[in-house]
Design a protein around this ligand. Sequence first.
Ligand code: HEC
Ligand code: HEC
Length: 626
Amino acid sequence: MFQKFLRVFIATFASALVLSGPVVATPAKEAPWLPEAAAYRLTLFLGNLEPIPWNDLETAWSEPYRGSEFPVGALAWLEGESGVDTDPLLDAIAGEDRQAVFAEATRLIALRIEEELGRAVMAEAPATAQQAVRTGRELYRAFEDGIAAADPEAARRIGLAWLELNSSTGSAGVLGAGGTSADRDTMKAARAIISGYLAKNYLVDDFAPRQMLSTVPETAALSGRTIEVPPSLPPGSDIFDQVPLPLLVLNFEEQGIDETDLPLVAYGDMLFDSPQIFGSPARDLGISCSTCHNRSDINQRLFIPGASHQPGAIDVDGAFFNPIFNDRRDDPIDIPSLRGLRFTGPYGRDGRFASLRDFSRNVIVNEFGGDEPTPFMMDALVAYMLEFDFLPNSMLTPDGQLTEAAPEAAKRGEAIFNTPFAGLDDRSCASCHIPDANFLDRRAHDIGSVAPTYDGARAGAMDTPTLLGTAYTAPYFHDGSLPTLASVVDWFDETKSLGLTGAERADLTAYLETVGAADDPYETFDTENTAFRLAFSELTTFASTLDTLLPRRDAEHILLLTDTVAADLAADASTMSNLAARPEVYALAERLAEVGTAVRDEDWAAAEASWSAFKSEADAIEERAF
Ligand code: HEC
Ligand code: HEC
């Protein structure tokens, strides 16, 4: 579960994995995209949102994409690299004409590929030709998934043509010796294959209207066949876990109870990590509850263009995850921590759900388009989440008073926190953030942090958030608009005219930082106590619920478990530092997949046998699982 993209990879090839043995996947961050290819992929992604974020789409071409290795955006890049005219595309964007944008952007990429192919064929020096082939091939990647989905045979043929092109460019040799000249005929033949396909499918004068913008070739789109291109996130997306990894504090563990003795909780833990409970695209992208609520806390790096306005925030009711649930408002919300969840209801930043169960069902079914979960699944998920505890903090007593360990400034700040202010309607900070009630009051208030959405609207009330653990959950407020705890203090001082001096602001900030602190906020890893060991122990714990599910012949829940955990275990194995033990972990993942296969065949004896084998093999490698 530490390599989300890998899980996607494995999930896609899960059946291949089981049949053909271990797939050694490289834990790959996606290779960087060329600026215009990135802009194109972003254009398709944003063009499928409703309403289309035209500003973002414009920016996709004018600025470097998030995390880009290139210092300039696509337009500036093209100016230097290419003779292709960008005006038609810019006109289409300015005219907010979706179909024209699709057509012009698609043609632009096809023309760029043609340009590089032309350069390759004309080049005098092999090095120049090779560079042009490389660039052309990189640009072709922008179309590749659509061709592979619609026309695998063409994808293979064109793939070979690129290889031929590359090998027929000739080589300069070493110090003038052993050079070979370009094989122009082979080059031209290979080029003709690529150009012919582009002409029919991507350099089209008049594209048929598309409901869903995609890289599916025009001839296939016209055929009327249903073609499923696997969902992908555009360049600049980031759904990897944040580093460092938040420490997970579970109530039962603090009491010395082992999760393997709590099958319902362990199953809920598994569901919290399972993309399988969602519909597409979340499921296919490997997104689960823990992608955002990392280890019960937050994922500060999560970012999806068009759905996030800054890292750590996401519009969960936007167009991307489930069109039916789209509220058509561009309102990304900063991901809230779920620590101490049993004390923090009602749920939702605005407190609109009294019940955690209803909230979570809504997440699965409406936000992420999953099937209706079974009552058992909801029981399990809720049972697990109710175990999330706050981080221990030795500067604070359980009833929210500072201990001797707290700094002096925080002690001075505590007095300010408890002082009523006229600007707060004669309340104090502590009236809402009640120290002996986990610094919240379980009520919604309109403190003026939500801009009215229309003239005369009653501005939104928000549920008072806890202040525990907040030293690690920047930025602040529901929209993440305040970067630091000091800026929250400034905000209250200014908007509520508290009249604090600079020293008082500093003291109040010190108090918030002390209340929000923790003895150990993050997981700590070393050479043997690795992230993989943690994942391994979690995954085998999840699997342990088979001891309960197999005797009950509960096929549905067993399969959900084996599909999730086998894929995760295989994906995580590729992150192991103990390379020698890696094949055994792949084998273990297959063992678990075998349980699933047997259950699908209703061969319960075989399922029991594979499960027993899994347990003894897991025990045998536990020591080396790092
Ligand atoms: C793509 C990111 C993302 C995923 C995946 C996700 N959440 Fe959330 N979650 C959020 C955001 C953003 C909010 C705040 C939404 C709001 O207030 O309307 C939230 C709010 C919550 C809350 C309310 C917390 C509070 O204190 O009010 C709960 C509970 C919750 N999520 C549980 C889940 C569960 C269970 C899953 C998996 C079934 C899940 N989430 C999946 C982003 C996510
Ligand atoms: C009337 C109730 C109320 C009072 C009084 C109040 N707060 Fe809050 N506080 C809230 C609400 C509601 C939010 C959530 C705002 C949002 O998300 O837009 C909040 C948010 C915060 C946050 C950000 C927490 C996070 O995780 O984003 C901090 C820090 C905070 N308040 C500190 C204070 C301080 C310091 C005072 C006194 C100066 C104070 N509050 C007074 C209700 C109150």
